[in-house]
Design a protein. Sequence first.
Lengths: 83, 342, 598
Amino acid sequence: MKRALDSVMDAIDIETYLVCADPLEGKKLAMQLGTELNLGEIDIMYEEFDGYGMRVRLRKYIYKPGNNYLYLENIAPEKEGDL
Amino acid sequence: MKSVGIIGTAKNTGKTTTLSALLRSLKNRKIAVTGIGYDGEEIDNITMLPKPRLYFEKGIIVATAAKCILNAEVDYKILKKTSIPTPLGNVFLVEITKPGLVVIAGPNRVSHLKELMKLIAGLGIDLLLVDGSLNRISPMYLLDELIFTTGGSKNTDIKILTDEMVTVEKIFSLPSAAISPDSVSSISFVSGSDFIPCDLATFIDDDDLGILKKCIPDRCEKIIIPLFFSEYALTGLVQFLKSRGSSVAVNEIVLLSPVHLLLSSDFLRLDSLLRLLSNSGIKFSYVFTPRLKAITINPFFPKLYNYHFVAGYLDKDEFLKSMKGKLSIDVFNVKERFDFDF
Amino acid sequence: MKKILCVPFDPVHDVGIKIIKAELDKYGHDTKLLSPDLTPEAIVKIAASDKFDFILVSRTLGYGVAELLARFVDLLDAAGVRETSKIVIGGKPITPELAAELGFDKGFGANSSMEEIVAYIEGREITLSGQGLNRTKKDIASKYDYSFNNLEIEALLGSIADKLIDWAKTKSSPGIQRAVIREKIFNATDQTEKDSLLKEYYALCDTEIINANTRGKFIKGVRKVTGKELENLANFIKHRKPVDPVKIQHADNHPLVFKFLGSGCPIMDITHAKVCERYGIDGFLVINPSWEARFEGLIEGCLTHENDGTITSFDNIKLLRDSLDSSTLLTVRAHRGLNTPETILLAGLAGADLAKINLVYGSLGAGTDPVRLAVDGLYAIQLAARFNMPFDIPGNDELSGVPAWKSLAGLLINVMIGKKLGAKPILKPLFCYGPHIVINGLMKQNYIDYNTAKILALRSIVNSPIWPGEPIAFMTQSEERVQSANANSYHAALAAGLGVDVITVASTDEAYSRGPICVTSRIDTIRAITDAYKFVGNASFKPTPRAEEFTKMLIDKITEVLTAVEARDNLPGAIYDGLLGNQEDGAYPGTFGAGTVN
C-alpha cells in the first residue's frame, strides 16, 4: 500500500505550543516531540518562549532536493490492453 | 594553590568531559572550579545536540554566575557574592553541600579571573580548575598548567589535528624569559641593562611594524613585546631582523605568553613562523609560562545531515595512535577512562 | 554621552547595527560605525587606539561562527581593550547564556527592545522582563459623555426609553427575583438564613438547575473542577510569569484588543488567557454555554463543561478574575437568556470589569422573549450602573440577516436606556460580511466603505465609545489560517484607522466548528494584528465616496426605524412587530421565558 509519508511533497511542519519552564526545556521538548511522533530528528524553524511555554514551528523534511521523489512514480495510469 | 585550565580548540572538543574526569580522579583534594564562559548546559546552544553535564561532589567550591547557581540541582552554602559580573549575574562563590549538576559561568576576562583567583586562594584551596569556553584562551595564561582538548569538532582530518597539536607542543616548549611580569608594560628594546621603550599600543599591522623597525636601536639584544600582537607583524619583524644579517645583535623576542602566540594566528601560520625562526638565530621566550599538562582528544563531531546536526565520530584508535606517535606529552581519549595526577 | 564603536562582524547582515547606531546617535551618543569587511585584528587595532565605553558587535550565528566570535573576544581581552570597554553582542539568536559562553559582557537577542539597549548603554536600571505585564487597566468609557449630535434621533430614543422604563416600572420576573435573593444569600452570615433563602431561590428554578445544585446531578458534560486541578492551576499562575510581554498597540490611540474565552473549561480558558496576556491582549469576554440562557436559575460552583461555553457561576468568574493580571479587563456575557440580572450581579460581585447586555438582540437573534428580556434587561443595566461596570451592546443580530440600520437602531436604544439609568453603554457595531450585506452586494467592491459608514453614522449621532466586534472580520474568515489571520489584521487596521476604542478578535480557527479554539490560533491573530497596527500607525485607509453615501443612508434608515419603534406603545411590542428585524430578515422574537413577567 502507498505510504502517506511518501506522498508528502517535501516537508511536514508541526506548529504547536509546548508548556515549559524555560527556553531550553522548550527546545528539548520540541526535539523530543519529533522522536515521539516517530519523525526522528526535526528542525526547530521558529520558537518563542513567553514565560508560560514556547510557540514552535517544527519541520521534518521528507524529501530534500536530489532525493528520489516516490510520489512521481507511477503517475501515468496503466493503459487498458497493456500487458 | 595550583591552577589548571582546560582549553578547547573549538566547541565540542571535550572540555566538559575532561573536567569531569579531573573531578573524578581528584576526589580527596580541596578543589575549586570556575570557568571563563558557560559550560555544563544540557543542550548545545547552537547545534541543539545533548551535551555532557558537570556533576559536583560535596565539599567542592564552585565559582559561577548567580543565575546558574540559583537554578542548579544542588544544595550549597554561599561563601561570597563577588562583584565580578557576567551576562548571567555576578559570580557567587559557593560550597556544594549536596552533590549534583551545576552550569559553570565565571569571569570572562583577564582582570576578573585574576581577581577571582585571589579570592579563591584565600580559601585554602589546593587546586583551582578553570573550565574553558568554546575556543577561548586569553585569560588562561595566568594559570600554572593547561590541558588542551581537540577533536572532530575542530577538524575531521586526523593528520591536521595532529599537526596542530604538534605546533601547540612546540609553542609551549619555548623558554621563560626570566622577566618579572610587572617590570615592563610597553614594547621595549633591551641593550645590556638599558630598557628603551617604544611608543606603540598594538603590534598588529604594517604601520605598527614600520614604526617598530624605525625605533630599533643599533645596539639591541632583546625586544620585549608585552602586549597583543599579530602573527603577521611578528613574522614581519623576524623577517626584517633576519634580512639585516648576522651583524644584528637581536637574538631574543620576549612575548607575554604562549597563549598570546596562539592567539596571534591559526596553527598553520604559526608553524611557518616557528620554522622561519628556527634558522634565524632568534629565539622566542615568554614572560608567563604556563605548562602544557596534557592533550585530550574527542572523536565526536556534530555532522551536518539533512540540514541538521547529528553525532559523527572519527576513528578513535587511529586518532589516538596518530597523536601519541607525534607528541611527547600525555594524550587521552575523553571517551575512555583516564586519570590525572597533579 | 558614551563613546561607542559599532562593529558589523558580518559580511552581509549589518542592518541591525546600523539601526542601533542611528538610535544611539539620536540619544546624543558618540558612535563610530566600522565597515563590515575588516579583519578581527584590524578591528582590535581601532578598538585599542581610542577609549570606547562600549563595543557593540552584531553577527548572525551558525556553526563555526561561535569560534570566530570567541577568538575576537580573546583578541580584545589580550589587547587590554576590555579594561576600558564593555563588549556587547547583538543578534537574533543571542541569549544571556550564549553571550556568557562567547565571553561577552552582555547580549541582546530577538526579543530585546531598543529601550533596553539604550538603558544598558546609559547605565539605567530597567524593569526586568518576567516581572508581570507592567501596564495599567484602561477605562473604555471615561472620555465619553453620551451627548447626542443628532437631535431628531435623540428625541426618538428618549421617548422610546422613557416609555419602556415607565412600562416596566410595575413589572418583575423570576430572573429579577432570583437576583435579589442571590444578593441576600451573598450577604447573609447565618447558615439558617442562607438555607431558607436558597429554598426561595430553588422555588424559582428549573428542575435541571435544582438537581445540579442540590444532588450534584449535572447537565450532560458538566462536572465540578477538582481541588487538585485548582491547585495545579494556582501553581501555574504562581510560578510562571510572562517573559518579554508584548504591546499590541503601536500608537497610543490604537484600539484595545479583546479575545473570547469560553472553551467550556475555566482552567483551559485561564491557561490560554495567560499566554494571550503576554502577547498583549487587553481583555477577555467570557462566552457561556447556550443552554444557560434557556434555564431559570444558575448552577453554582467551580465547573467545567465539555462543550462550547464556560459556565458563568460566581466561582468561575472569580477564578478567571483572580487569575488574570490586574490590568486585564474582563467582561461577562448576559445579553440574553433568563438569568441576565443574576449574571450581572455575579459578575459585579466577582469583580468583572464590564458586562454584555442588549435588550433587542437578546430577544431577536438569541431566543429570549422580548417582554421578559426588556424587564430583566432594565434591571440588569441598573445593576451594571451600581457596580460601575460599563456594558457593551453587541450588534450580532446582523448575522441572522438583519440589516445594519436595524441592528444599529437597536444598539442606540440600549445606549439611551443606559444613559437614562446612569450606566455607561458601549456601542458594538459589527465589522462583518453578514447575510444582508452579501445579498445586497454592499461589500462587493471593498470591505472598507460599509464598515466605515457604520462607525461614521454612529459617531454623527452620539458621543459614545465604539467597539467593533463581535468578533471583527466575522464571516470573512475561512479555516485556512493565513487567510484568517489576514482577514483579522485588515479589519483591525481599518478599526485603528477609524480611531475606535476597542476591537474583539477571533482566532485563526474561528471558522472551525468541531472543537475548541487552540492557543496557537489565538496567537496567530494577535501577531497578525500587532503587525497590522504597526503597519497602519496613525495612517488610515481611504474609503471611496460610497462610504459617505452609506453613512447618509444608514442615518436615514436608523431614523426611519426609530420613528416606527417610537410610534408603538413599548419596545417589546415593536420587537414582536418585527420593526428591529423581521422574519424576512431572518430574525424571530424569542420564546424563552414567555409569560413569566408579572
